[in-house]
Structures are given as C-alpha cells and as structure tokens.
Design a protein around this ligand. Structure first.
Ligand code: F6P
Length: 540
C-alpha cells in the first residue's frame, strides 16, 4: 500500500502543472464528470482530474480490495477490528428481509424496536401516550452529545417544513449550565418528554445534563412517578438506564454494531421522528437505502460515494490539500458542516493502520464550513486570495419551501458563482485590464491589480437536490457516510473507533479532582496556574 500510495501521488504530476479551467476544452466534460443517483446530482467536472486519472484511481481502488470491503461491511463482518464489532448501520434502513438475512435471530429485536418506536411516535403525537397529568406532550428534550446529538440536531433544523406532529423538539448537548438554563427556560416540566440518548450511558456531559433536567422536573411537578412516565432512553446500557430511574419499558435499545456517528437511523433518531412523524422518518431511511443500493451496485466510475472518496483522496494525498469546505447554499442545511466535521474527522482523523503500523500518508481533511451566502462574507476571502487551496463541496437545492422566488434565484446564482470563481480566479493581467477599463491610469492599475488577483484552480463538487425532503436528506447523509468509509478503507485505517477522545476525558477527570481538592496534581504549571486563576475569578 505504501508504494501504491506513492505511485498514486506520482500520477498527479500533470495535475499539479495545469489549471482546472483548461480541462473544459473537452466539450463533454460536464456530462462525463457527473453522477445522478438517489435524488442527488453530483457535478465534479470542476475537480482537477481527467478521465485517464479517474480510471487509474478506480483501478487502484479495486487493487486495494474496495469491492470486498464494501461487501464485508454490508454482510456484517467485524471490520471495526480494534473494537471487534461489525459495522451495520446501513442495515437499519434496509427492508426486513435483508435484516433477517444478515442478523439472523437478532433481526427480530431490531424490527421490534423499530415497531415500538413507530408506535410511540404515533401515540405521543396523537396524545394517546400522555403526561402524568393526562395532558398531551407539547415538547421533547433530547439529551445527548457527539453521535448521539449531531444527527438529531441536523435533522430537526433541516426538516422544519416536515415537522408534522405538533411537538417542539429541542436538543441539549454541551455541559454548560447556561445551555441547560436556556433550554429549560423554554419548557414546561408538566408537558415535556425527555429522551436521554447515550450508547454507553456513562458520558459525563449527558449524565450531568440528565441529572440536572431530572432535578428540574421533580422540582416543578410534585408527582413522584413523573420520571417513569416522561422519560425515555436510547442506550445499550440497560442496567445504568434503569438505575437512573427510567423504566425498562421506556428504553429503546441500540446495538454495538451501530457506531454513534452513524446512528441516526436507529432509535437515536427517535426525537427526530417525534418531530417529522413516523412516515417522515421512514422516508429519511428510504432515501438512505436508495443511496446504499447505488453504492453497492454502481460501477466505481459512476458510483457517487466512491467518486467523491477518490477525488477527496486525490486532493488530500496527490495534490496535498489539507482541508475540505462544506458549503450548503441552503439555510435548512446550516448544521451540516458541524455534523460532517464529526462524521469525517472522528472517523478518519487517524495515523495508524488497521495492522497497527504508522501510516505514511495524510488522512482526513480538516472539515469546516457554513451556509452560503454567509460564508462569502466570512472565510471565503481566504479561499480566494490566500495561498491555501481548499477543495469545496457546494450543496444546493433547486427548490426551497418558500415563495420568495427571487431569493431562491440569488442563492443559486451565488452558489454557482462561487464554484466558478474559485476555479477561474483572476490573473494580474485581467485585474489590470479591468481597472484601466474603469478609468485608472496604467500606473494606478498596476499598483492595485496585485491586490485583486485571485489564485483560482480550487477544485469543487456541486451537489444538486431538487428539494430538501426527508428522502433526499437521507440520501445525502448516506452519501457522506459511504464516502468516509471508502476513504478509510483506502487509507487502511479503522473509521469506526475514536480512541482520540480518551486522553482528554482522563485529564478532564484529573483536573476536576485538582479543582475540587486543591491538589497540585501531575499537571503542567500552565494548567495549574489557570486552575488557580479561574478559582480566584469564580469566587463571588
Ligand atoms: O465523541 C466520542 C463519543 O464516544 C462518540 O463516538 C459518541 O457519539 C459520543 O461520544 C457520545 O457517546 P454516548 O452515546 O455513549 O453518550
């Protein structure tokens, strides 16, 4: 693999010496560098890649055993080797028949959980399952963090026009008292249903928040059985959930073959389903399933997740670009960059191979982004004029859910303009000519022109959706899940563990002890002095 990665990088010799714009001499480029699947259209003609290089990349991926890896995932092999687990989140959106074929007897538990969740969503939204005082629930508070939070947060904001149940769903993640206070100020304890989502049911932030919210509810409603009625949990740790006071009947199980950041399709999606209804949630899964089918069946060069993975790898390893900007030109998708930061960077931000050897190549890009056009008035200056080339994924919908047709046109025009501008750039000569055409003298134009040069040659993908619906959102998320999986396979790492979060947790516990006991623990003088300073400042 080491050598083959070197060979792959050597392929980019020509790419480094050319500009993307020149590739459009090929009149069929836009057609040949696009894929249409599961309600999503991908244009990747603005990548710095020609057909022969794409063929080489696809061939290389085959020699790395990608076909077999894809089937290993879908068939339930334990490809998460460091945790000895299968990776079967796609199965959660597959028809029952496929579940039974892969899971055998365990399929019954999975199907029963789905049915229980659908029933609960119906009962709660229609008021059949009601509050301890016999009222209809008005609000849902989902408490969780990381993979037990981002997907719900994204789904809630992305699918606002599909909130059909009348329930207001809120999310609480951060271990910040202000965040707790802010949420609770919006809620009435009497009519709020709480869902604690934690695979392990030990995560510090989630547990502290759950205890605080439980205390709040018990203080506001003098009914000792309110917790048993109003609280649900989604977890694998049934013992810890029941010890917390949530009844067994109100637990929706998870399985160790569903990783947190890929878990929206499981009962983790319960709060989202409580907003978009059982049918909306089924559509979300349906869209993801369509993308799964495409991923499993399409040839590599027409396979959207594989093409995106390979162009991403080309940009990261062969061309040496270290970042990836996610720019949805869609207000509803404003939480997508944060969601993908976790999915991509927590999955592939690693430097050791599956065999435990140090990798000789870079892995996950630094993912960042913001909704357009806001991003244009923030960090995109750097994308146009710094020396950094930042590959970008633009995401745009042909239709919004509103009647502001002029807004829609301007939004789309800005999206397309940015991908064009990032690719074309502006030369010194062009900038100078423009300035002179606008009445500047040659001397004045020369003085200013350098400031107006834009480097161009920035590769981008543009993903087009007809409209953001539960189904197309499902397909979009599955697309990125599979892209990240393919990249992990080709980088030869385990995309499904996250040991990197552990050291911070350990030191967090140590620092908490030092803060409470005034111990001068084994910490740097910087941290010890910061503890001292913060303690002084926190004295009221
Ligand atoms: O960020 C680390 C992590 O373990 C994620 O993988 C996970 O989604 C999150 O913390 C929350 O974990 P849990 O669902 O167990 O509370």
């Amino acid at each position: 693999m080491g050598n083959s990665m070197t060979a792959l990088c050597a392929l980019a010799k020509d790419a480094k010496a050319r500009t993307i714009e020149t590739l459009f001499d090929d009149s069929k480029r836009a057609v040949n560098f696009s894929v249409d699947a599961a309600g999503i259209f991908l244009d990747y003609a603005k990548q710095n890649l020609v057909q022969s290089e794409r063929d080489d990349l696809c061939h290389w991926a085959k020699t790395q055993g990608l076909d077999q890896y894809i089937e290993k995932m879908f068939s339930g092999e334990r490809i998460n080797q460091t945790e000895n687990r299968a990776v079967l989140h796609p199965l959660l959106r597959a028809p029952e028949k496929e579940k039974k074929a892969v899971l055998g007897t365990q399929a019954a538990e999975v199907i029963a959980t789905e049915q229980k969740m659908s029933q609960l969503v119906n009962d709660i939204s229609h008021g059949q399952y009601c509050t301890v005082n016999g009222q209809k629930f008005t609000d849902v508070l989902a408490i969780g963090i990381g993979g037990s939070y981002y997907g719900i947060k994204l789904g809630i904001s992305a699918l606002k026009p599909y909130h059909t149940t009348g329930l207001n769903v809120h999310v609480l993640a951060n271990v910040d008292g202000d965040a707790v206070a802010e949420k609770l100020a919006l809620l009435s304890a009497e009519t709020t249903l709480v869902v604690v989502i934690s695979k392990t049911f030990t995560t510090q932030e989630t547990m502290l928040n759950a205890v605080a919210v439980k205390q709040w509810m018990l203080t506001h409603v003098a009914q000792p059985n309110i917790i048993a009625r109003h609280w649900f949990a989604v977890s694998t740790n049934i013992t810890a959930v029941t010890q917390f006071g949530i009844t067994k009947d109100n637990i929706l199980p998870m399985w160790d073959w569903v990783g947190g950041r890929f878990s929206l399709w499981s009962a983790v999606g319960f709060p989202l389903a409580l907003a978009i209804g059982e049918q909306g949630f089924a559509q979300l899964k349906r869209g993801a399933y369509l993308m799964d089918q495409h991923f499993r069946q399409a040839p590599f060069d027409q396979n959207m997740p594989i093409v995106m993975a390979l162009t991403g790898l080309w940009n990261r390893n062969a061309l040496g670009y270290s970042s990836l900007a996610i720019l949805p030109y869609n207000h509803a998708l404003r939480a997508l960059p944060g969601y993908l930061q976790q999915t991509d960077m927590e999955s592939n931000g690693k430097s050791v191979s599956l065999q435990g050897e140090k990798l000789g190549w870079h892995t996950a890009p630094i993912v960042f982004g913001q909704e357009g056009t806001n991003s244009q008035h923030a960090f995109m200056q750097l994308m146009h004029q710094s020396e950094e080339i930042i590959p970008t994924d633009f995401i745009v919908c042909a239709q919004g859910h509103h009647d502001y047709s002029k807004h829609q046109q301007v939004l789309v025009a800005n999206c397309l303009a940015q991908s064009e501008a990032l690719m074309r750039g502006k030369t010194f000569a062009q900038a100078k000519a423009e300035l002179m055409a606008n009445g500047k003298s040659e001397q004045q134009a020369e003085a200013l022109a350098l400031h107006k040069v834009m480097k161009g040659n920035t590769p981008s993908n543009t993903l087009v959706l007809k409209q953001l619906t539960p189904k197309t959102l499902g397909a979009l998320l599955a697309l990125y899940e599979h892209k990240i999986f393919v990249q992990g396979v080709l980088w030869q790492l385990n995309s499904f563990d996250q040991w990197g979060v552990e050291l911070g947790k350990e030191l967090g516990a140590q620092i908490l002890r030092a803060m409470n006991d005034n111990l001068s623990d084994d910490l740097s003088s910087s941290t010890l002095s910061l503890i001292k300073r913060i303690k002084q400042l926190s004295d009221k």
